[in-house]
Design a protein around this ligand. Sequence first.
Ligand code: ACO
Length: 320
Amino acid sequence: MAVKILGTGSFLPEKRVTNDDLAQVMDTSDEWISSRTGIRARHISVEETTSSMAVKAAKIALEDAKIAPEELDHIFVATLSADHATPSTACQVQKGIGAENAVCMDLNAACSGFIFGLQTALAYAKAGMGKKMMIIGVETLSKLMDWKDRSTCVLFGDGAGCAIVEADETRKVMIDAGSKGNMGDVLTCEERHLNNLLVKDDSPMQQVAMNGQAVFKFAVRIIPKSIHKVLEAAEVSEEEIKYFVLHQANRRIIEAAAKRLKEPIEKFPINLDQCANTSSATVPILLDEMNKKGMLEPGDKIVLCGFGGGLTWGSVYLEW
Ligand code: ACO
């Protein structure tokens, strides 16, 4: 049993902030940001929340998939920036789209979140537990940024992406995933700290902090390794892959991965120049963009790959 993608959707906040806009409020420049990362702009929430963006992306995906919300049996939402600890973002999406028959839960694997969500859906399909499932990657990272840390805050953006899958016996899907908790310190963001009737701690909460060079080294090593694994398992060569849809963290990471895979950069679609890094949302936003541009034909072989906080990584080989 495998899965096929029935439809995709995405949503970006209306407010677009360019590198030049950032240079007005902090000591940075378009030249510094774009030459090191490829990023030129990002979308930042003003009124949108994590759940409102997820609902908008979900509605667009339902239209694209041409199914009714009641047909969904599961909603998996990958996020590290939920509006609430409870109810989950997935339950809020259920309410927002009227998917009354769905079982809903959130999962957090940082930038690998959408890939892990897709792999969860595949596992449910294989176990006979899920037939039509929605997977969303959504982040409001702007609320987790230290806006005084110019080395980190310029890299990220807000947004949501969604895919709806259906259990399918005719398609082939292969996965690889892994985690390295002992390297977790290189990319962190603290949740609420202990503050109760026994412990008083009113110190401010830590925002996103990152050792950029350590993340860079990890990413360029793990992407080709993980992609080779799924392709070997699928018995498909790199040349047969139409697109490698990678997590959009940094253009130089994608270029290094393309070089190591010995594949032309044209097979690695990029939208980080306009969206920056939206963590779990990058892959489904890009996939939706490709779908809407008509870049994918039935039967096309593609690889999705995510990597990030945890540290975590995952790849999925699938047939469109
Ligand atoms: N504007 C101008 N100058 C800056 C900025 C900025 N926004 N940020 C940092 N600098 C300065 C630093 O202060 C430093 O100055 P100094 O030499 O006078 O001390 C100098 O630029 C170099 O700083 P570094 O942090 O060493 O810059 P580096 O060349 O390593 O580039 C970057 C940083 C772009 C983050 C790089 O490490 C990288 O691409 N890392 C990959 C990590 C990544 O993309 N993470 C995304 C999140 S994780 C994920 O999604 C998987």
